[in-house]
Design a protein around this ligand. Structure first.
Ligand code: BT5
Length: 255
C-alpha cells in the first residue's frame, strides 16, 4: 500500500524517470516523487521523445515498490495513473479530459498528458516501478511535429481567465494516484476502478484503428478488462488488446 509521498523538485533534469531509477538503485523508499520544469531527454514509449520545454510543464515521476505485483500487472499501473491525472485536472480546473487508452489524456481531441511506466526486476520479482507523468501546463505553442495534436492546461483554460499551477497539479495527481493505486492493489486489477475508468474512456462505442505489428484494422472500442486491457469488437467478435502491443488511433482526428 502506498502511504507516504515525498516531493523533490529540480529546475532541469535529463528525465525524471531516469532520476527515480538512480534513487531506486540507492535503496530509496517507495513514495519518492521527483519533478522538474524541464527535461533535456524526456522519454515517451518505445524510444519516442516527450517534449518538455523550460518551465512550461509538469514532468513528475514516482517510485513504487509493490510487494505483490506480477510483472504482467505492472502495465495496468499506467491505466491507474491515467485515472489520477484525469481526476486531478477535473477537480482543480473542471477540465473534462478523456483517457485515450492506455497512456494519454486528451482534451478537445488533443493530448495534454502522457504517461510512461517502467520497471526493473530482481531475482524474478518486480524490484521497483517508476511511473512518469508529463502534463503540458503553460505551453502556448509546441514543436511543429506535434502542434496539431498537443494542448496545455492554460490553452484549455484560456477563455476562463484561469491558469494552471504546476505544484498544485503535481500534488493533486499523486494524492489522487494514491487513492486509485491503493484500490488497485486491493485486488491487483481494475475490478474496483473499471466502471469509473470506462466512463472517461475516449472512443467508447466508436471506431478506432488498431495498429498491431502484424496487421492494422478498424474496430469499435468496447471497454477494458479487469487487467486493464482494451476490449474491441471487429468482424463481429471481441478481441483483447494488451498494453504495449498496439497503438490505438481514433480514425476521426487524433482521439
Ligand atoms: C508518452 O509516450 O506519452 C509518455 C510520456 C511520458 C512523459 C513523462 S514526463 C515525466 C517522465 N519522464 C520521462 O522522461 N518521461 C515521463 P507516447 O505515447 O510514446 O507518446 C509520445 C508522443 O507524444 C511523441 O512521439 C509525440 O508525438 C507526442 N508528444 C511529445 N511531447 C508531447 C507533448 N509535450 N505534448 C503532447 N504530445 C507530445
Amino acid at each position: 500500500m502506498l502511504k507516504n509521498i515525498t516531493y523533490e523538485f529540480y529546475e532541469s533534469v535529463d528525465s525524471t524517470n531516469e532520476r527515480i531509477k538512480l534513487r531506486a538503485h540507492e535503496d530509496e523508499a517507495e513514495g519518492l516523487v521527483i519533478s522538474a520544469g524541464q527535461q533535456t531527454a524526456g522519454k515517451g514509449r518505445i524510444g519516442r521523445k516527450w517534449e518538455t520545454p523550460t518551465g512550461d510543464s509538469v514532468a513528475t515521476s514516482i517510485l513504487l515498490r509493490p510487494e505483490v505485483l506480477s510483472p504482467e500487472a505492472v502495465a495496468t499501473v499506467t491505466v491507474v495513473a491515467a485515472m489520477a491525472v484525469r481526476d486531478s485536472l477535473y477537480r482543480l480546473y473542471g477540465i473534462d479530459g478523456l483517457i485515450k487508452w492506455p497512456n494519454d489524456i486528451v482534451v478537445d481531441g488533443k493530448k495534454i498528458c502522457g504517461i510512461l511506466t517502467e520497471m526493473e526486476m530482481k531475482e524474478g520479482k518486480v524490484w521497483y516501478v517508476v511511473v512518469g507523468i508529463g502534463v503540458n501546463v503553460h505551453n502556448k505553442t509546441f514543436p511543429e511535429e506535434i502542434a496539431f495534436k498537443a494542448t496545455s492546461v492554460d490553452l484549455v483554460l484560456a477563455d476562463s481567465g484561469k491558469r494552471g499551477h504546476r505544484k498544485e497539479i503535481t500534488e493533486a495527481i499523486w494524492e489522487s494516484f494514491k487513492k486509485y493505486y491503493n484500490l488497485f492493489l486491493e485486488t491487483g486489477d481494475m475490478s474496483k476502478l473499471k466502471k469509473e475508468y470506462e466512463s472517461h474512456l475516449a472512443n467508447i462505442g466508436k471506431p478506432v484503428r488498431i495498429e498491431a505489428r502484424e496487421a492494422s484494422y478498424e474496430a469499435i472500442a468496447i471497454g477494458i478488462t479487469a487487467r486493464g486491457e482494451l476490449i474491441v469488437e471487429a468482424d463481429g467478435e471481441q478481441r483483447i488488446i494488451s498494453t504495449g502491443e498496439v497503438s490505438v488511433r481514433g480514425i476521426y482526428g487524433y482521439v
